[in-house]
Design a protein around this ligand. Structure first.
Ligand code: ADP
Ligand code: ASP
Ligand code: MG
Length: 439
């Protein structure tokens, strides 16, 4: 069995939905994971913002314009009056329910239910479309099997048991459709795997059913060696190792959700990135195999805060770092980069909800400086085979840009550099020119 995930642009309009319908309608057994139609989750975030602000009339107008957009999708997607009516009723059920949230009580719990609607609607549209074409498919409701535990981690045992039970209810079926992104939490409430989380759903499902392959279908022909949103002339990478892909995804390559590689890697299931607009292109294959040498790709992660603690007490003291790390642990905040000197430690975090508590705890041990608006540039490749000059090449490319921190040598496949976010586009382009264009 394979898992195929189609992102928001891949199901972004009626033509795209029909194209995905064609791509999945062969007889190879598969579970198809769908995102919401592109723009929908953002629109649901906007709707939630109206509700947080208690702008009831603004919310109503906004929701009705969304509903009209979906009516138009239903009109175009379905050929028969019967399916159009069914589509309209399904859309009304979800939008009437969204309208019920337009009252004074609106918290994060309600927001999660609101954000789940995009995937519930896109999967229903796909199942109706297949039904109209006479292609048998089964809708597997993600809320019946996808669950995170109290630490927000996938509850793999629960997922495996319940997903396999759901599948077993349909012997002989080969085409299953389910929602990406949405799940239940430890309290059974509707929750989600964070923005971009449909990739993570696909990987978790792949691991749960021991899939032969996990395919992530999107709007680009695979993993590129730099961020195509900021750099021209990026090139596709044919093969990546799990470690390389995980590192790039974690450090900002938007094509993959940050933690989506791990479940596949744990089960050694190949992940293939494919382009819905160009299905015959080979894409990128991610496996345990390490191929090629030298620097392969660059990614950037914004929203980083650097924290520096300086203390004379650190000099020749043991246990200092442990105390510092314990503070981060107690605030459930993970550290991305770290650099130490004799009397100071610098660390970066990307989760800032507990920043002021962390800083006040750290101040018990020394002087603390906090630097906002930072970006981590992550350079990935095989740093052993061609170790000579690799760090130099990266730094040479950034010679005109102030680099605040460097992390090199912690793994064999990564150099991380901390720069100001305002220097990011310049840095990515300069790295592209120095590292890739000359090849
Ligand atoms: P989907 O909606 O299918 O999940 P995303 O927008 O989340 O698609 O991811 C695909 C986008 O990721 C591409 O259109 C591209 O702009 C962006 N991207 C960022 N970094 C990379 C990279 N290194 N390689 C390919 N695409 C990248
Ligand atoms: N629809 C969700 C989002 O826009 C999940 C996803 O597309 O991966 O973030
Ligand atoms: Mg995505």
């Amino acid at each position: 069995m394979r898992v195929l995930k189609f992102g928001g642009t891949s199901v972004g309009n009626p033509q795209r939905i029909a194209e995905v319908g064609r791509l999945i309608s062969d007889s190879t057994p598969k579970i198809v994971v769908l995102s919401a139609m592109s723009g929908t989750t953002n629109d649901l975030v906007t709707y939630s913002e109206y509700l947080y602000k208690k702008d009831h009339s603004g919310a109503k107008v906004f929701l009705e314009s969304m509903r009209q957009k979906y009516y138009r999708v239903s009109e175009e997607l379905f050929a028969t009056e019967e399916l159009r009516k069914q589509g309209r009723e399904m859309i009304d059920t979800h939008f009437d329910n969204l309208d019920e949230f337009n009252r004074d009580m609106f918290t994060q719990h309600e927001e999660k239910t609101v954000l789940a609607k995009g995937e519930l609607i896109s999967t229903a549209l796909m199942v109706y479309h297949l039904q109209e074409l006479g292609i048998a498919s089964v809708l597997l409701p993600a809320l019946n099997f996808m669950r995170i535990d109290k630490d927000q981690e996938p509850d793999n045992y629960y997922i495996r048991e319940n997903l396999n039970r759901e599948i077993a209810l349909h012997p002989g079926s080969t085409l299953f459709i389910t929602q990406g992104f949405i799940c239940r939490n430890a309290f059974g409430e509707i929750d989600n795997l964070k923005r971009g989380g449909s990739d993570y759903t696909a990987s978790i499902i792949g691991a749960a059913i021991d899939a032969d392959e996990i395919q992530i279908w999107t709007d680009i022909d695979g993993f590129h060696n730099n961020d195509p949103r900021y750099v021209k002339n990026t090139a596709r990478i044919d093969d990546l190792s799990f470690n390389e892909a995980a590192e790039l995804a974690y450090f900002g390559a938007k094509i993959l959700h940050p933690t989506s590689v791990r479940p596949a890697q744990d089960k050694n299931i190949p992940v293939r990135l494919k382009n819905t607009m160009d299905p015959d292109s080979p894409g990128t294959l991610i496996t345990s195999r390490v191929t090629g040498s030298g620097i392969k790709a660059v990614a950037a992660k914004d929203g980083i805060v650097a924290i520096r603690i300086k203390s004379d007490r650190m000099l020749l003291a043991f246990g200092f770092l442990r105390k510092v790390f314990e503070i981060f642990e107690s605030h459930r905040t993970s550290i991305d980069m770290i650099a130490t000197s004799e009397v100071s430690v610098s660390m970066t975090i990307d989760q800032v909800d507990r920043l002021s508590e962390i800083v006040s705890d750290l101040e018990n041990y020394g002087t603390v400086e906090v630097i906002h608006d930072q970006t981590i540039i992550c350079v990935v490749g095989d740093m052993i085979g061609e170790s000579r000059g690799m760090a130099v090449q990266a730094l040479e490319a950034l010679r005109h840009i102030p680099v605040r921190m460097i992390s090199y040598g912690s793994s064999n496949n990564n150099i991380s550099l901390l720069i100001k976010t305002s220097d990011k586009i310049d840095a990515l382009n300069s790295l592209s020119n120095h590292l890739f264009q000359a090849r």
